[in-house]
Design a protein around this ligand. Structure first.
Ligand SMILES: [Zn+2]
Length: 64
């Protein structure tokens, strides 16, 4: 059975979730495969992704 690995460049951790590549890029994560439609994220990068999207929302709420 193929094991999904994190799609962030240089990361080889097992993936826990997958998101649209564009969403990952806008969250500041660099994809190993720039043509992929979806990106798998490991636990750590999933955390980073969530933190990044949360920060974005916060900034929007402040009206910046
Ligand atoms: Zn990762």
């Amino acid at each position: 059975m193929a094991e999904d690995k994190c799609g962030v460049a240089g990361c080889e951790q097992p993936a826990v979730r997958s998101y649209a590549r564009e969403a990952c890029e806008s969250a500041g994560l660099k994809p190993a495969d720039e043509k992929a439609r979806r990106m798998h994220l490991c636990k750590e990068h999933n955390k980073e992704f969530k933190k990044a999207t949360r920060t974005e929302r916060k900034l929007e709420g402040l009206g910046r």
